[in-house]
Each structure stands twice: as structure tokens, then as C-alpha cells.
Ligand binder design. Sequence first.
Ligand code: PAF
Length: 302
Amino acid sequence: MRVIRTIEEMRRLRPELGRLGLVPTMGALHAGHVSLVEVMRDRVKRATGVLDSTAVSVFVNPTQFAPHEDFHRYPRPLEDDLAMCEGAGVDLVFAPSVEEMYRPGEVRVSMDPGMLARRWEGELRPGHFAGVCQVVAKLFNILTPSWACFGEKDFQQLAVLRAMTGSLDYGIGIVAGPTRRDADGLAMSSRNRYLSPAQRARALAIPRAIRATQKAYADGEKSVQALERVLREALLRDETSSGVEVELQYAVIVDPETLEPLAGGEGTELRTLADESRILVAVKVGTTRLIDNAALVQLPNH
Ligand code: PAF
């Protein structure tokens, strides 16, 4: 496995790699990331039979963090990440420094991430998706992959990046990897390592609330407002009695394509509830922000 630290080296090596599949990450890799490599390999090979190499990028991108967010304390266990990539049969890891990606003194151009970035994460984290689009566009230009795989765990990010890739004609196939969960149901995330045991126990309200909402829908509840009530009540219910603080940032059911709310509200129309409607949740447990999502009816392979 090659580890490349500079853009120049990457460009020199690029012709040897053939048709490339890329998994962009910020490192602190876990089994969810490894599954993205596997999903991409399987899907692309099955669909086209021509994936020559797989690459993982490891870069904690400063432009997608607001000044008060966790950029400086974001975990950077590069040696562990490399071992994980090696174990997953990755051919190349691109791990540039911040100065390599954002050259000091350079005039920077960023991107308008479009309508899909307007609500939810986009509203709570102004500038976040502009930063995500900026770095992913740079990675696309540097590595020129034929496919790129992103996790459904960041459902809005996936939608924004699909739109970016399509509307800017990158000609790159976007592959979505299902959310991986630990045995207790918590969606895998590099930020889970910030949680104390008590906070983690409290965070289990998230998968529980999603399951409760899916069950209510399966049992015949077809009112969006009632389903969102089930979701919010389950998130706020402290079954651990630990007193760990939970701040509900949003807990909504949205159209899976437009990410617009189904429950109406100012300036929105009522849209139809369907099996594919998406439950989106963002919660702060202590100081850690966690997001999760699922369809109202989950497909068997998810
Ligand atoms: O999802 C992530 O890890 C990041 O947002 C990404 C897509 C690698 C861009 O920095």
C-alpha cells in the first residue's frame, strides 16, 4: 500500500492506478469506513467489472469546521488508520497536510453547495457544506477517481455531494454505503470516541427513537406530526436516569430527495409520507454532536 503526502507525488503516480475508486475520510477510521471500501469494490466490480485500484484519503479538513467546533481535538491516529487501510486491501492512502491542501497565501475559491445544504446541518453549521464541497472537489481533481463512496450516515452530505458531482459534471459515480452500527445500535462515528460510558448509554436513545418511529409507522401511524412526536419523545426519554444532558437539535421526517420537511411549517408544503421518507436526527449528548438517519421502512440490506 502506498502512502502519498503531496499533490505532486499523487499526480506522478496517478497513471499507474487505472480506474480508481476513492473513499474520502477524515481518518479516525472504524469498521464503517472499511465497509465503504468493501461496498465500493463489490458494487463497482459487479456493475462494471473494471475497478483497478482503491484509494482512501485521510484529511481533517479545516474549512468544514466552524471556529468553535472540534477541528483541533478531532482524533488523528494516522498509524492506526494506515493499518486499517492495509488490512482492507486499499492500494493507496492520500494523507496530505493542511498546508499542502490549502497553500498559505493562496487566494481561495469556494463553492455554493446549493439548495440541499440549506436546512438541518447547513443551518446549524453555517459554511460546513461549502467546506465539504470545496475539499471533495479538490480531492476529485487531485485523484481523478471514477467512483467515490460516501456513507449514508451523513445523509445530507451524501445528497449535497451527489448534487455537486452531477451539476458540475465530474463524471464520477457516487456510491452510497449503508450506515454501520455497533452491536448496541449506535451508528458508527469517529466522534463516538468522545463519549463517556454514561453518555454513550444515553446516546442509545437515538437508535431506539428511530426504531420506535419505524415501528409506529409499520403499525399504521401515517400522520407525520404524530410520528415526529414519537421520535422526539423517545429521544428525550432518559432510560438511563444518568442525568446526562441531551439537546435535541432536530428530529424530523423529510423527503429523501429534496430533504424538505414533510410536516409542513412556514413556507413549506405538505409532502406525502412514504416508506422512503427519511428520519433525520441531530442530538448533542454532553458536548458531542451526533447525527443519525434512516428510512421509515429500512431495506433488508441496510
Ligand atoms: O464525511 C467526512 O468524513 C468528510 O466530511 C469528508 C467527506 C471526507 C470531507 O472532508
